[in-house]
Write a protein that binds this ligand. Structure first.
Ligand code: B12
Ligand code: SF4
Length: 471
């Protein structure tokens, strides 16, 4: 009898996994509650979710005597009725307490639990008491060792990647353990890991290091060909900056051009100044890119070490990318240390000038493990107990976790709410959908979802102010 191993992915509290008020749906007026339910169901029906690549990678590791299954708890409860020899849970910081609760339940039934993922890599000591085994770091190679030990009966309490794995070693990803029709697409590919930059609100350079490690181009082309055979939907390159190494990206996407795929990914705005690469992206089927604009205030960019592009180049770069036929999701953070009450109108002007297809108007989330978290804690600006992991749940701008530097909290919330009301409304959604250079229906849908999600954000932020006694 093969050892049965479950790999678990957890839902977040709100946002892409279904919009809901963090104060419970009873806090929402009747008609809005009905609307929330409808949108939540719509999000599920349009299969907005994508599968967890980390668990696709782990479940592709083949060890004789082991059968693995991915349990995506966004779609189903954990199957306690089956016999499990080991359960692995992927832990992100915002979901840590949910992960610990599930681990506790499993262990009380005698099922051994291994915890891995970003939160375990950042804070192993806080996870140890909740698990039988910890997997610390990128687990591509650790996992084979761990499963082999499971079969041999020699499993250890800790597996740690002393060095990040060499990604040029071929490790094909298989999707047999996924229920494909649940997802928007299963064509997920990561070409490399690591980020040379040090933005202070980000964990990636801490988790994956500063050196860029890449997979071999031949392996990537083979994977795209193989994936395309049984899933004809769009590809998502999950790399944080798909243009981080322009010559690598140029070769890869030139070789993908004949395959006729459609894809989206994440890039830096510097792409607007890389005309050959931009052309290769457009020709190889790039439909949309997410770019982290973060801030158009030079003082905020400096304060948060967002140094890889200059403010005065941003608008021109964005226009160049859109002119090549690629739609853009541009993500901003309002509330950074250089921001003032004048920032929202600058953001509005910027969106109007560049005609961004989907603007993302975020508030800063000082996640534990980032430099900004340490700084705000030292400055006494966090609004939550820094040890309370529940505070770092994933929401769409629904709660403030800190006090902005230059703007009193009530004024900040009022100005943020006015900004999101002006950016997201039905007429803007329709106009952006019609004007988008590509995937017009998706741009329309995204903007409509956001009109709804940010109405929840306004409701919840107002509620937070009242609870703080400042509203
Ligand atoms: C694509 C992506 C998304 C997508 C898809 C998520 C999904 N369904 O997979 C979307 C847009 C939906 C998303 C949402 C969120 N994301 Co996100 N996302 C990413 C991104 C860019 C790539 C993730 C990925 O596939 N990586 C590739 C895999 C192979 O790497 P990995 O996940 O780290 O896994 C390795 C190890 O961690 C370990 N491992 C992971 N799980 C497990 C489990 C076990 C049992 C074991 C043994 C090992 C193990 O082994 C893996 C292989 O080496 C990362 C950044 C990054 N570079 O990783 C952020 C990232 C994971 N996201 C992050 C965050 C914060 C979020 C949100 C909470 C957003 C927010 N601002 O609040 C939500 C959470 C929603 C949810 N339910 O997941 C953070 C997590 C930080 C942290 N400390 O936990 C990251 C690291 C980005 C960052 N800037 O810090 N995200
Ligand atoms: S925000 Fe992007 S560029 Fe900055 S450190 Fe994170 S992954 Fe790198």
């Amino acid at each position: 009898m093969n050892r049965q191993v479950a790999l678990v992915f957890l839902p977040s509290d709100s946002g892409v996994d279904g919009a809901r008020s963090i104060y419970g749906e009873n806090s929402v007026p009747g008609p809005l509650r009905w609307f929330n339910d409808t949108v939540r169901n719509l999000i599920k029906k349009t299969q907005f979710a994508i599968p967890p690549l980390a668990l696709m990678i782990l479940s592709s590791v083949e060890v004789p005597g082991v059968e693995q299954q991915i349990c995506d708890l966004r779609f189903e409860p954990f199957p306690f009725d089956r016999q499990w020899d080991l359960v692995g849970i992927s832990v992100q910081t915002g979901m840590a307490s949910k992960a610990f609760a599930l681990a506790g339940e499993l262990r009380s039934r005698g099922i051994p639990v291994v915890l891995g993922g970003p939160h375990v890599t950042l804070f192993p000591e806080t996870c140890r008491q909740h698990a039988d085994i910890l997997a610390i770091g990128e687990a591509d190679d650790l996992w084979k060792e761990l499963l082999t030990d499971l079969v041999r009966g020699t499993i250890r309490p800790e597996y740690r990647a002393e060095n990040p794995p060499d990604l040029s070693i071929p490790r094909p990803v298989f999707r047999s353990s996924l229920k494909k029709n649940r997802y928007f697409t299963t064509n997920l590919i990561q070409t490399g890991r690591g980020c040379p930059y040090r933005c202070d609100f980000c964990n990636v350079h801490v988790l994956n290091g500063h050196a860029l490690r890449q997979r071999r181009i031949g392996d990537l082309v083979e994977e795209v060909q193989r994936f395309r055979e049984d899933d004809h939907r769009i590809f998502f390159f999950v790399d944080d900056s798909i243009n981080a190494d322009p010559s690598f990206a140029l070769e890869l996407f030139s070789r993908l051009e004949p395959l006729g795929i459609r894809w989206f990914g994440q890039a830096t705005t510097a792409l607007g100044q890389q005309p050959k690469l931009l052309d290769a992206f457009a020709r190889s089927g790039c439909q949309a890119l997410l770019v982290g604009i973060e801030s158009i205030e030079p003082s905020s960019r400096d304060a948060h070490r967002k140094t890889q592009s200059r403010t005065e180049e941003l608008a021109g770069n964005i226009k160049a990318i859109r002119n090549s036929g690629i739609s853009l999701y541009g993500s901003f953070i309002y509330g950074l240390d250089g921001d003032t009450l004048g920032t929202p109108s600058a953001i509005l002007d910027f969106i109007a000038d560049t005609r961004l297809d989907v603007p993302g108007i975020n508030i800063l989330r000082p996640n534990p493990g980032t430099k900004v978290f340490d700084r705000l804690r030292e400055e006494g600006r966090l609004l939550f107990n820094p040890d309370d992991l529940d505070s770092f749940r994933f929401t769409f701008g629904q709660e403030m976790l800190y006090r902005p530097k230059n703007i009193p909290l009530p004024d900040f919330i009022e100005s943020y709410s006015t900004l999101t009301r002006k950016v997201f409304n039905t007429s803007n959604a329709i106009r952006r959908g019609l004007e988008a250079p590509s995937i017009k229906p998706a741009v329309l849908l995204f903007n409509l979802f956001y009109a709804h999600l940010y109405s929840l954000s306004r409701h919840d932020l107002q509620r937070q102010l009242q609870l703080l006694g400042e509203g």
